[in-house]
Write a protein that binds this ligand. Structure first.
Ligand code: ZN
Length: 154
């Protein structure tokens, strides 16, 4: 999926590192970017690469960025106390990831844009990708909570 660059810096090895709004980073050769598989020289991009959209394959694979930290969690929800809003399409904000952690039973987790339809259980948590619409549906008795993650503050 497309993600805008929010930070762009060069390292000593001669690479440019683009940090995307989702928290993932992409390394590119000095002074160029791969946009839609096409190599584009930085000087062809007006002003700065900040805001340029790159394809983030890690988001497509539900990869929560390793360095993100948990900062908030919901109360435990059950099939009865689950807010109706969670069963309809909704999303987290820019840069906010979350994990659906099941303590009992099963929960269906759907992300239409990625054609994902999974059954979560104690052995399988669900990863919520920033800004991506998703919904859940209890499959019988269930209890779970949602743990939110964000970038570490420097
Ligand atoms: Zn990403």
């Amino acid at each position: 999926m497309r993600r805008p660059i929010i930070q762009f810096e060069s390292n000593r090895l001669g690479d440019d590192i683009a940090t995307l709004s989702c928290g993932h980073s992409q390394r590119s050769q000095r002074n160029s970017l791969f946009i839609n598989q096409t190599k584009i020289a930085l000087e062809e991009i007006s002003n700065s690469p900040i805001g340029v959209n790159l394809n983030c394959f890690q988001c497509d694979k539900f990869e929560l960025p390793d360095h993100f930290v948990p900062y908030k969690k919901t109360p435990i929800f059950t099939e009865e106390s689950l807010p109706v809003a969670l069963t309809r399409d909704h999303s987290t904000k820019i840069g906010i990831w979350a994990k659906i952690i099941i303590s009992e039973g099963k929960l269906r987790y759907r992300v239409d844009i990625l054609k994902a339809d999974m059954e979560l259980s104690q052995d399988k948590s669900g990863i919520i990708i920033p800004e991506i619409m998703h919904n859940v549906e209890p499959l019988g008795i269930v209890s779970f909570f949602i743990q939110f993650y964000k970038a570490p503050t420097v």
